[in-house]
Design a protein around this ligand. Structure first.
Ligand SMILES: [Zn+2]
Length: 311
């Protein structure tokens, strides 16, 4: 205790310096102890798990009823099962923009929903000597990037992972009708209002449609992706929706059917969301699955974006 007030500035300075010195020592000791702790913990803990491409594929497939499938397009398109994963990118298409983004993120495993080499089976014999194909394949090889297509498996989960992602992004979780995951009972709106809502929720700039903007819509059939004319037309026949929202159609199939139905007098509209936009939330679902099941591996959802512009 300092009982000598006022006349010992030098001592005060000494005291202050000493206190400062002591607290600096404590800080230094504390810092050393703090820095030391994680090292000690690491030394005693199990070393972090090494994730390979094959291990992640097997883990996902193990959760799919009836899998593995003898016939599937869900194969490795580049790279191999033994690659140790540095990071994962999920996306609709492993296009060059997505691949460049993966390289920037130091991610060497791309999980894509759709083909990489421009055909359903990713056959490449017909592309030998094609310079776009060669460029893409060489880039993937140079960076030792594995591309796995996860299409059949994610759609075959007990609850279709793509539909789950899309419905979540739409905020329609509670409105599907019993017995049909694709059929929704929405509060009645005009077709125009419905289109605006879906565009906003899914981040779509423009859609094509058949119907009257003022038509009332509440029974909505949602078919993301490209299910094919027979599947789309068959589903319309069975469920009698006010409107069908599709990813992609053939103009000579579903569009002509809906146009005929509309002229015949049926209350039926069609909205084309675009294949990529309609399924991209499935890659967000996939990102969530990686986060939950593949701890310690950085994962990024890189949207493939629309390939087509509108003038
Ligand atoms: Zn799909």
């Amino acid at each position: 205790m300092n009982t000598n007030h006022g006349n010992r500035p030098s001592n005060e300075t000494t005291d202050y310096t000493r206190r400062k010195f002591i607290s600096t020592i404590s800080l230094a000791t504390g810092a050393a102890a703090f820095l030391g702790t994680p090292v000690n913990l690491l030394a005693s803990a199990k070393s972090p798990e090494t994730w390979t491409v094959g291990k992640v594929m097997d883990l996902f497939i193990a959760g799919v009823p009836g899998a593995p499938f003898a016939k599937t397009v869900d194969t490795l398109k580049t790279g191999d099962r033994d690659i140790e994963i540095t990071g994962i990118v999920t996306t609709m298409f492993a296009n060059l923009a997505v691949i460049n983004q993966a390289i920037a993120l130091k991610a060497n495993f791309i999980i894509a929903h759709e083909p990489t080499f421009y055909n359903h089976l990713d056959e490449t014999d017909w592309l030998k000597n094609d310079d776009v194909y060669e460029y893409k394949a060489a880039l993937l090889k140079k960076h030792n990037i594995a591309v796995w297509r996860n299409h059949d498996y994610i759609h075959s989960l007990k609850e279709d992972g793509v539909m789950k992602g899309v419905v979540k992004q739409l905020g329609w979780d509670k409105s599907s009708l019993p017995g049909n995951d694709h059929l929704f009972n929405r509060p009645a709106t005009t077709l125009k209002q419905l289109i605006n809502e879906v565009k906003q929720r899914l981040g779509i700039a423009t859609v094509r449609y058949i119907g009257s903007p003022a038509q009332s819509c509440s029974r909505v059939l949602l078919m993301p992706g490209a299910a094919g004319g027979k599947a789309q037309i068959g589903a319309i026949g069975r469920t009698k929706p006010d409107v069908i929202l599709c990813g992609e159609i053939s103009e000579w199939e579903t569009a002509e059917y809906v146009r005929d139905a509309h002229i015949k007098g049926d209350k039926l509209s069609l909205v084309l969301l675009g294949h990529i936009a309609s399924e991209e939330p499935g890659s967000e679902f996939m990102k969530g699955w990686i986060k939950e099941n593949v701890p310690g591996v950085p994962v990024t959802h890189v949207p493939a974006g629309s390939s087509l512009s509108f003038m």
